[in-house]
Design a protein around this ligand. Structure first.
Ligand SMILES: [Zn+2]
Ligand SMILES: [Zn+2]
Length: 330
């Protein structure tokens, strides 16, 4: 796996994003609200606001003092998908490790859900997905070692089912794709479209699925997708955490969020993003944060040295980091 693939779990924070668009977006709809929370107490809005930074882009700021260790908010993905190596061992919706899951890339026909709730939440896109024969598309992705087209496939199923709008990811910054990459994307777009056309899905329902749509979505997913590594895989892992630590392939899948993609990067971050048991992201304060302070996460492995960090941030995310740690060449 290339360094880029390994570290491209965060977004380029390029400054082209339209702030006016942000104002019209309902961020709160992307916050996690469990069934019990919504029926009992309404969760208070998280202590953050999205605003403009001095370096001409948007960022996330503390709207009050936040204490070290505080859970700032959780976030549900817009789209997520298990990795091929985990597809039989995790919930096809929330990526939670299944108690008796098989971790194998062979014969991935058995797709399971961890609960009735996940099955119900998947019903719309899964009903669409089941209409088509995915063997060619999946084989192509597997042979090419591609993971992000699986996210586009799921998003397309979500759009066809009416669960989300085809422009749901437009708010995110796309990568600047090379012409070589664009021609590969065109092939994938054709393959995805053909797969749907061979099913009994109405052609009007596929009108959104153009080359441009595919390229635009994949270019956003490529720099905004998070690689999901669960801190706790299952109850069994809890009991034998040593075994969990030696698990060679820690990533269970990939996911794209809206709000978490609005955080800027810092090599000495004050905020951390993590996944405990499923794809729901938890954003936590790493230290005491004052009201008005910008909240930043680290897009890469913070333990790397200055040169390595600069290289990966530039090649993977398209910017030179000028955080305090980088300025002091630490
Ligand atoms: Zn689940
Ligand atoms: Zn830095």
């Amino acid at each position: 796996m290339s360094l880029l693939a390994r570290y491209s779990r965060w977004a380029v924070r390029s400054r082209k994003l339209h702030y006016s668009h942000l104002n019209t977006l309902s961020y709160w709809s992307f916050f996690s609200t469990s069934a019990t929370e919504s029926t009992q107490t309404r969760p208070s809005p998280p202590p953050i606001r999205v605003g403009l930074t001095q370096y001409a882009g948007r960022g996330v700021f503390a709207s009050r003092r936040i204490g070290a260790g505080e859970l700032i908010h959780t976030a549900k993905p817009v789209v997520s998908h298990p990795s091929f190596s985990s597809i039989q061992g995790v919930c096809y919706f929330c990526l939670r490790k299944l108690p008796n899951g098989v971790s194998s890339s062979e014969a991935p026909q058995t797709l399971s859900f961890c609960s009735k709730q996940c099955e119900e939440q998947s019903k719309k896109f899964f009903d669409v997905e089941k209409k088509a024969d995915w063997s060619t598309f999946n084989d192509y992705c597997r042979l090419q070692g591609l993971k992000y087209p699986l996210l586009v496939k799921r998003l397309a199923c979500q759009v066809i089912s009416g669960a989300v709008s085809s422009d749901v990811l437009d708010i995110l910054q796309p990568e600047n794709s090379s012409s070589d990459r664009i021609s590969k994307m065109k092939n994938e777009a054709a393959l995805l479209r053909t797969t749907f056309q061979h099913s009994n899905i109405e052609s009007e329902q596929l009108a959104f699925l153009t080359e441009e749509w595919y390229i635009g979505v994949l270019a956003r997913i490529r720099i905004n997708a998070f690689r999901i590594e669960l801190a706790i895989g299952s109850h069994q892992d809890l009991l034998s955490s040593a075994a969990a630590l030696v698990d060679a392939e820690a990533a269970v899948g990939n996911a794209v969020y809206v709000l978490p993609s609005l955080y800027n990067h810092d090599c000495d971050p004050n905020v951390n993003i993590s996944w405990i048991e499923n794809v729901d992201a938890k954003i936590t304060a790493l230290r005491d944060i004052e009201e008005g302070e910008e909240l930043r996460i680290c897009y890469i492995d913070a333990s790397m040295d200055y040169e390595a960090r600069q290289t990966i941030l530039y090649e993977g995310f398209g910017f030179h980091c000028n955080c305090l740690r980088c300025v002091s060449k630490d």
